[in-house]
Ligand binder design. Structure first.
Ligand code: TEU
Ligand code: CA
Length: 562
C-alpha cells in the first residue's frame, strides 16, 4: 500500500515554548511579562519559528508559578493585562506566528472562586466541582501521593473532609465527573479561541478522569504513580466531548502533556479517527536518568535506551497518529547539561542535540534559551531555589535527617529551576533580562552565553538552529519521512535515515566526547559522500561512506542522499 501522507500545518510547524516569568522583563520589577514578549517577537521571527506555546499567564497566587490558576479569564497583574494578551496575539500574527496557550484544568488554585465556595459546606453548589472524601478510620481516604511529595489528600477544617490534590495542596483536583464544571471549562476555551489563540497545550490532561472509588495503590505497586493515575475510564469520553464541543470548531492544534500515557494506548488520544487531540508529549526519555523512586536522584542513562524510546513511540503512532519532539521544558534540566557536555563541548553538543530535535519524525518544540545553549545553574545555597517541587523535596529530605550539603548537588542536577533562570539576552547587568532584581538569579555564565553574542556569531548555536529550521522547511522528507535506525546497539552513535517516497536523508550523530569511527552498511555506503552533507557542526572534510566515517567529539551531520 502506498503511504498516504496526511499533511497538516501543525506537523510542519516549529514550536517555541515561552515561560513568561523568565523570558523578558519590560518594566524593571524583576518578573518577565507580556510586553517583554512583544519586544522579542522580531527575534523569534528571525529564529524562524511558527508557533509560540505560552505557559500560564492567568491570575494565580503562584504556588506553582502559574500552574495554580485562580481565574481562567484573568491575567496575572505582574504579567500585564488582557489588552497586552490581545496586543501580543496581534503583533505575533503580523509576523506569521501563532500562539497556543496552556490549558490547566486537571486542577485549579485553592484561591479560585469555585474552590472558595466548594470548601464552605457539603451542600454548596460548587462542592462537587472538586474531589472530596470523608476520613477513613480517621485518616486520608487512600495512600495516593502527590507529585510534589507527601500525601495527595488534605484535610479541610470547615467540613472535616479531605480534598484530593495530585500536585501541591494549593492545587485541588477538579472533578470532571461534574457536567457543569466541564461546561464551564469549554466556555472558557471558547473565550480564548475567539480571542485568536491557535490552540492549547494541555497540562497533565490524562489525569482528568480518576479511577472509580479511588482505590489505594495495590500491594506490590511498582511506584509508577503517573501511569497509575493516568487514563481513567472516562478520559476518552471527556476528550471526545471537548473536541466535539470546542476544538472541532476551529483550525487549531492541540498537544496534551501525555504523562502516564502508554505506547499501546497513544492513538486513542491522537489517532486521526479518535477525534481527541493532535499530539501528546511522551516522557520516556525524561526518566532514563532518574531513579524510579526518587525524581531527584540521577542515574547513568544509555544512548541505546534513548534511541529505543524514540523508535518505539514512532512505531506506536504509525500513520494514524503524530508525535511531538521535545528534549527539555520548564520542568527539566537544560538539554545541553543533560544530554550533551556543557563544559568542553557546549557549542558542539548543543548543535548535535538540536540536529536530533529537528531531524526526527514529529513536531519539534524548542524551550526558550536552548537555542543559545543555556546551561544548568548551580546555586550555592538552597535559599536561591524557588521551585515548589524542589523545595518540598528538600523539606522532606531534611525531615528524614538529610542535610542541605547533601541535597544541593541533587538540586544542581535535577531542579526545575535549571530551566527557569532568566533568558540571557546580552552581557549587561542581569543578562539584560531586567533592570531590577530578577525573581530568580541569573546564571553567572551570561557574559559568555547570551542572545546578542549568538545572533552576531555566524557559528553560534542560534545560527545553527536557524539553519536546521530552514532545512526542515525546505525538505518535506524531514517532516514526513519514516525513520530507520542504523546500528542500534552502537553506544556512541545515533544514526538513522528518513525516507519519504524517493527522497532520503541520512543523519549521523556522535553522542560522545571521543573521536569515533562509524561503519555504514553496504547499501548506504555507496550513497554517502562529503558533498551530500547539508549541515554539520564541524567543517566537512572530503570522504565517502565506503571507508569508516570519522566523527569528532559530538559531531553531527545531515546528508541528503537523493
Ligand atoms: O507537569 C506535570 C508533571 O509531570 C511534573 O510534575 C513533572 O513530573 C515534574 O515537573 C518533573 O520534574 C505539569 C507542568 O508542566 C508543571 O510545571 C506543573 O507543575 C504541573 O503540571 C502541575 O500543573
Ligand atoms: Ca515585569
Amino acid at each position: 500500500m502506498a503511504t498516504s501522507v496526511n499533511k497538516q500545518w501543525w506537523k510542519e510547524s516549529v514550536i517555541y515554548q515561552i515561560y513568561p516569568r523568565s523570558f523578558n522583563d519590560s518594566n524593571g520589577d524583576g518578573v518577565g511579562d507580556l510586553p517583554g514578549i512583544i519586544e522579542k517577537l522580531d527575534y523569534l521571527q528571525h529564529l524562524g519559528i511558527d508557533v509560540i506555546w505560552l505557559c500560564p499567564f492567568y491570575s494565580s497566587p503562584n504556588d506553582d508559578n502559574g500552574y495554580d490558576i485562580s481565574d481562567y479569564y484573568g491575567v496575572l497583574n505582574e504579567f500585564g493585562t488582557i489588552e497586552d494578551v490581545e496586543k501580543l496575539l496581534e503583533e505575533a500574527q503580523k509576523r506569521n506566528i501563532k500562539i497556543i496557550i496552556d490549558l490547566v484544568v486537571n486542577h485549579s488554585s485553592d484561591e479560585h472562586q469555585w474552590f472558595v465556595e466548594s470548601r464552605k459546606s457539603k451542600d454548596n453548589p460548587y462542592r462537587d466541582y472538586y474531589i472530596w472524601h470523608p476520613p477513613v478510620d480517621g485518616k486520608a481516604p487512600n495512600n495516593w501521593v502527590s507529585f510534589f511529595s507527601g500525601s495527595a489528600w488534605q484535610l479541610d477544617e470547615a467540613t472535616g473532609e479531605y480534598y484530593l490534590h495530585l500536585f501541591t495542596k494549593k492545587q485541588p483536583d477538579l472533578n470532571w465527573e461534574n457536567d457543569n464544571l466541564r461546561k464551564e471549562i469549554y466556555d472558557m476555551m471558547h473565550f480564548w479561541l475567539q480571542k485568536g489563540v491557535a490552540g492549547f497545550r494541555m497540562d497533565v490532561i490524562p489525569l482528568i478522569s480518576k479511577k472509580p472509588n479511588l482505590p489505594s495503590f495495590p500491594a506490590g505497586f511498582d511506584g509508577n504513580f503517573p501511569e497509575f493515575y493516568a487514563s481513567g475510564p472516562r478520559v476518552h469520553e471527556f476528550l471526545k466531548e471537548m473536541n466535539r464541543e470546542v476544538l472541532s470548531k476551529y483550525d487549531i492544534m492541540t498537544v496534551g502533556e501525555g504523562i502516564g500515557v502508554k505506547q499501546e494506548e497513544v492513538n486513542a488520544y491522537v489517532g486521526q479517527s479518535s477525534n481527541e487531540l493532535n499530539m501528546v508529549f511522551h516522557f520516556g526519555h525524561m526518566f532514563l536518568d532518574r531513579q524510579t523512586d526518587d525524581m531527584l536522584e540521577w542515574k547513568q542513562w544509555s544512548l541505546v535506551e534513548f534511541k529505543e524510546v524514540f523508535e518505539k513511540w514512532e512505531k506506536a503512532l504509525g500513520n494514524e497518529g503524530w508525535g511531538s519532539l521535545f528534549l527539555g521544558n520548564h520542568d527539566f534540566p537544560r538539554i545541553v547539561s543533560r544530554f550533551g557536555n556543557d563544559e568542553a563541548y557546549r557549542v558542539e553538543s548543543a548543535k548535535l542535540i538540536g540536529t536530533l530535535l529537528f531531524t526526527l519524525k514529529g513536531t519539534p518544540y524548542i524551550y526558550q534559551g536552548d537555542e543559545i545553549g543555556m546551561t544548568n545553574v548551580a546555586y550555592e545555597s538552597m535559599d536561591d531555589y524557588n521551585d515548589v517541587q524542589t523545595l518540598n523535596a528538600f523539606k522532606e529530605f531534611l525531615a528524614n535527617g538529610g542535610s542541605a550539603e547533601v541535597f544541593l548537588p541533587k538540586a544542581h542536577l535535577s531542579s526545575r529551576d535549571n530551566a527557569r533562570t532568566p533568558v540571557q539576552w546580552d552581557n549587561s547587568n542581569q543578562a539584560g533580562f531586567t533592570t531590577g532584581t530578577p525573581w530568580l538569579k541569573v546564571n553567572p555564565n551570561y557574559k559568555e552565553i547570551n542572545v546578542a553574542q549568538a545572533v552576531e556569531d555566524e557559528n553560534s548555536i542560534f545560527n545553527y538552529y536557524r539553519k536546521l529550521i530552514q532545512l526542515r522547511k525546505r525538505h518535506e522528507v524531514l517532516v514526513y519521512g519514516d525513520t530507520d535506525i542504523i546500528d542500534k546497539p552502537n553506544t556512541k552513535i545515533y544514526a538513522y535515515t528518513r525516507t519519504l517516497e524517493d527522497k532520503q536523508v541520512f543523519v549521523v550523530l556522535n553522542f560522545s566526547a571521543e573521536n569515533t569511527e562509524f561503519q555504514l552498511p553496504q547499501n548506504l555506503a555507496v550513497k554517502v559522500e562529503a558533498d551530500k552533507v547539508m549541515l554539520s557542526n564541524y567543517p566537512v572534510v572530503p570522504h565517502t561512506g565506503k571507508e569508516n566515517l570519522s566523527l569528532k567529539p559530538y559531531e553531527g551531520r545531515v546528508y541528503l542522499l537523493f
